[in-house]
Design a protein around this ligand. Structure first.
Ligand SMILES: Cc1cc2nc3c(=O)[nH]c(=O)nc-3n(C[C@H](O)[C@H](O)[C@H](O)COP(=O)(O)OP(=O)(O)OC[C@H]3O[C@@H](n4cnc5c(N)ncnc54)[C@H](O)[C@@H]3O)c2cc1C
Length: 343
């Protein structure tokens, strides 16, 4: 799969890269570890207001992501979710990018828009190794809710994801049990009320204050009994289940980013502020992941950085051409690319 720019990370800066590339006639392939675009805005603060996007007095994190997705809709870009980029290797004049799902992408230009690193689900602290059950009977996000139809599901966690999915899965699963370590939730009060209402009607089993103690595997290595500990009664109980969903939140993991031979300070990748290129030609770092004197971890800084980086990416693809500059208000080529009819 060939593309003009591979973008690692579909946070706000990765998404805006598609716009800046698009108006220059370049296409992008975005790869993100999460199951949705939007990076920190969508994952960490979808409901919180942002007040410092130029010209936008107020937008929640999710509204900001939705607006960016709308803005890049005219452009032909590919979005690959649920996979982490593990490796970048030199190939010909460009780069070969490999994900943990085994997919490979090739391009002259790679933009690392990886924020604070890949978000990784926090896993339960139990003795049994359940890695072989992951993506089969043990999950950390819902990729396809149909997979839970008619199933006995245990949902662990106290935030919005645990509450929202308990309500949603109750409609299709044969049984939903929501388990949390205390009898109070961090999620939206409204959603918590709905869960408590469904629990009162015996449509959801609500088990608090319980924690997971361990999981037993059956003789086939599949999910057996799940052992819980009740911190009030100090007693264990066991449950059976077809599927377990753990919503314990996310850790940020720089993971492989710092092993790609790019100059870094242990946390962030050093860039040249003329075009936000790293020490490797054709690999750029934009947004929160980069470092330079005066760096601010703000969305608007990332937008500026990627705009300049895209100019350099264009020059790498078309070394003989001048990078076209035009105002979006009046440039007819840009209007055509945006699908806007000029007068
Ligand atoms: C609570 C909170 C409030 C904030 N409020 C504001 C505000 O008011 N104004 C403001 O300007 N900024 C604010 N910020 C900061 C702002 O969210 C960040 O500056 C912005 O999200 C950075 O965007 P980004 O695209 O660089 O990275 P991110 O949003 O972090 O996105 C990076 C993406 O890259 C993915 N990724 C990382 N590594 C890999 C890999 N190896 N393979 C595949 N995918 C990978 C991650 O999963 C993630 O989705 C706030 C941040 C927080 C936490």
């Amino acid at each position: 799969m060939k593309t003009d720019i591979i973008v690692i990370g579909a946070g706000p800066v990765g998404l805006f890269t598609v716009f800046e590339a698009g108006i220059l006639g370049l296409n992008c392939t975005l790869i993100d570890n999460l199951d949705k675009p939007g990076g920190q805005c969508a994952e960490l603060y979808p409901e919180k207001p942002i007040f410092d996007i130029p010209g936008v007095p107020y937008q929640t994190g999710q509204e900001h992501v939705d607006a960016l997705l709308k803005q890049i809709k005219p452009f032909d870009y590919k979005l690959h979710l649920n996979q982490r980029v593990e490796q970048i290797e030199q190939k010909n004049n460009g780069w070969l990018v490999t994900t943990n799902a085994g997919k490979q992408f090739e391009s002259l230009n790679v933009f690392i828009a990886a924020g604070a690193g890949a978000f990784e689900p926090i896993k339960p602290n139990i003795n049994t190794d359940i890695s072989q059950l992951e993506d089969k009977q043990v999950h950390y996000s819902v990729k396809d809710k149909k997979a839970y139809e008619g199933k006995k599901v245990l949902v662990f966690g106290g935030g919005d994801s645990a509450l929202d999915w308990s309500i949603e899965l109750e409609k299709i699963a044969s049984e939903v049990t929501l388990i949390h370590r205390r009898d109070a939730f961090r999620g939206a009060p409204d959603t918590e009320m709905k869960v408590r209402d469904l629990a009162a009607k015996k449509k959801i089993n609500l088990l608090t204050p319980h924690i997971i103690k361990d999981v037993e595997l059956d003789s086939l290595g599949e999910l057996g009994e799940v052992i819980l500990y009740n911190s009030d009664t100090k007693k264990d109980i066991t449950l059976s289940a077809d599927n377990i969903l753990f919503f314990y939140g996310l850790n940020k993991k720089l993971g492989p980013l710092l092993d790609w031979g790019l100059e870094n300070n242990g946390k962030k990748i050093e860039v040249d502020t003329e075009c936000y290129e790293t020490n490797k030609q054709g690999i750029f770092a934009v947004g929160d992941i980069n470092n330079y004197p005066g760096k601010l971890n703000l969305i608007l800084s990332g937008f500026h950085e990627t705009t300049l980086a895209v100019q350099k990416a264009f020059k790498r693809i078309y070394p003989e051409e001048r990078v076209p500059f035009g105002y979006t208000t009046s440039n007819t080529t840009i209007h055509e690319r945006l699908g806007i009819k000029s007068d």
